[in-house]
Design a protein around this ligand. Structure first.
Ligand SMILES: Nc1ncnc2c1ncn2[C@@H]1O[C@H](COP(=O)(O)OP(=O)(O)OP(=O)(O)O)[C@@H](O)[C@H]1O
Ligand SMILES: [Mg+2]
Length: 234
């Protein structure tokens, strides 16, 4: 398994006494796009936070290219090649578009992503580079968040609720760019509310329900009813 980028094994995460993740295991290979689906509160964002080191698991292992990251700081995990586009984007509100992007590159990891390449993929961001990030539309802000994550030249990109709150036409535009974004051997975990879309773009999927994995496998291997049962627990 030389090309396994992320290996999560028997993960248990708590907030105080409340358990949010129960024995979750998954792996992702180099260049793979994995969709992570599940209803509200299933534990998707918590799993992302654990992978980024923002919450510390009580048990289990998170291995990034073979190295256990469970006790490392979020900054160290970023240096090791994990970038997240968080739910709600969380741009630096007082900074310009370009300053947000440049900050994403502060870790100094070498790789294909530079300001020029981000502007090449998202020309509107070049046009608006001097604007405060918050002056942009929701879709453009999502592009800034994606660009900022790419600027760290990650090996593993975590996309949380990529299309939340965006107009259908904007969602279509962002998904149309996905092949260019992921075309560099990047491994990606995508949290997407639109299950049909999530299944269509991914190789494999994991469905979470109440902190556990209720179904996983190849994205083309299950019927709509099987996936719906795993999603809603019916
Ligand atoms: N900071 C926190 N403190 C306490 N409990 C939390 C915290 N964040 C999440 N939880 C709880 O952990 C569980 C998993 O939440 P999480 O946000 O990971 O779910 P999610 O799958 O991302 O949901 P959504 O689709 O709504 O974003 C929920 O029961 C939630 O209430
Ligand atoms: Mg979430």
């Amino acid at each position: 398994m030389a090309d396994t980028v992320l290996d999560v094994a028997d993960l248990e995460v708590f907030y105080g006494n409340a358990q949010a993740i129960h024995g979750v295991s998954l792996t992702i290979e180099k260049g793979e796009l994995l969709s992570l689906i599940g209803s509200n509160g299933a534990g998707k964002s918590t799993l992302f936070k654990a992978i980024c080191g923002m919450v510390k698991p009580r048990a289990g292992a998170i291995r990034l290219k073979g190295q256990n990251t469970a006790r490392l700081s979020p900054a160290r995990i970023t240096e090791m090649g994990v970038a997240m586009v968080p739910e709600g984007r969380r741009l630096f509100r007082s900074l310009s578009v370009e300053e947000n992007l440049v900050l994403g590159g502060y870790v100094g990891r070498p790789g294909p992503w530079t300001l020029r390449k981000v502007y090449d993929v998202f020309p509107i961001l070049h046009e608006r580079r001097r604007y405060p990030a918050t002056a942009l539309s929701g879709g453009q802000q999502q592009m800034v968040a994606i660009g900022r994550a790419l600027m760290s030249n990650p090996d593993l990109l975590l996309l949380d609720e990529l299309s939340l709150g965006l107009a259908p036409v904007v969602i279509k535009d962002i998904y149309a760019l996905l092949p260019r974004i992921l075309g560099e051997g990047l491994s990606t975990i995508l949290v997407e509310q639109d299950v049909t879309r999530a299944m269509a773009v991914s190789d494999h999927f994991v469905c979470m329900l109440e902190g556990k994995i209720s179904l996983s496998g190849r994205s083309d291997a299950f019927t709509h009813d099987q996936i719906s049962a795993a999603y809603f627990g019916t």
